[in-house]
Design a binder for this molecule. Sequence first.
Ligand SMILES: Cc1ncc(COP(=O)(O)O)c(C=O)c1O
Length: 373
Amino acid sequence: MHPAYALSDVATVFSPSLVFFPELIRKNIARVIEMAGSPERLRPHVKTHKTREIARMLLDAGVTKHKCATIAEAEMLAIAGAPDVLIAYPLVGPNLDRLVGLIRKYPGTAFSTLIDDVNATRALSATLSAAGVKVGVLLDLDVGHHRTGIPIGDSALSLYQLAATLPGLTPNGFQLYDGHNNQPDRAARETAVREFIAPVLALRAKAEAKGVPVPRLVCGGTPSFPVYAAMTDIPGIECSPGTFVLHDAGYGPKYADLAGITPAAVLVTRVISRPTADRVTLDLGNKSVAADPALEKRVTLLDFPEYKTVGHNEEHLIVETAGAASYKPGDVVYALPGHICPTVALHRDVLVAEGGKIVGRWNVASRDRVLTV
Ligand SMILES: Cc1ncc(COP(=O)(O)O)c(C=O)c1O
């Protein structure tokens, strides 16, 4: 276990609790800036931490561009003083009016969003122009993840050109999110990225030849970050990792090229029962640690004998281990979540530890779906 995680005052920490370590968070931010070459090449995703405090730590480190997925996250970033916020999510229905509210309420922040559909783009334009406001739009290119986005090709070009003619919209670049590129091997990840980068650059050249600028390419998450960070020859690349800031057991050991990025959020849990000779039950149910990935990778118990996770209920995590006899109810166990982002969203507040002690509490502000807008 990382020496920073051991809390000398853990006896007073109720369980289950999620604890953030700002010293490690600062180091993760510094490492990512170092790999990117400068904070200007970053547009981190806020969805991992959802806190004003970490948004400010990023701003203090010189990061001015941010990405988010919800209007609440965008509002939290604007309140924290972020000057440039991309809502990397298709906005539809009443969220269009919320976007107008956001733009009006926070004139100090330039907001942008994604487009991947002609009718939805027209609806976005109609709502914004009727309200007399403008938003930047990035063309969401489907580079193989097949979740949102439009395939690289003529329809994508037409949509981007259309956006340039519609009132209320300013074309602002492309998003390339490749969440499917999670090969442990760096060379394999790079090969996969290189396959779509060439057609993306060709599309960019065509759009610019038609007079529509593509000032930025907002690229990837944490696994593909080292690949984009190294592509310094392509102008306008903005890397958008999110998980790195807190990191987790899912990404942690998997990618050798992310060395220097350390999990900075730990769960404090306790043994609550020893129901059989080989079982230990912890107070770490799926209401305190995310119910993904698969059961065997859901949590990593630290400094714990070899075990297998066999059950996960709302308030219980059940593991089987030959070492069960050395545990008794009340014993503290530290754990890393398999997936930090939805784990954070399960906690209204997180504890903050420095120098081996709890020193405060941060509110997970944009865990709420609505702040004021
Ligand atoms: C559009 C988009 N960009 C960036 C990210 C950040 O990715 P990661 O969690 O791998 O850092 C995500 C993650 O879900 C995403 O959906």
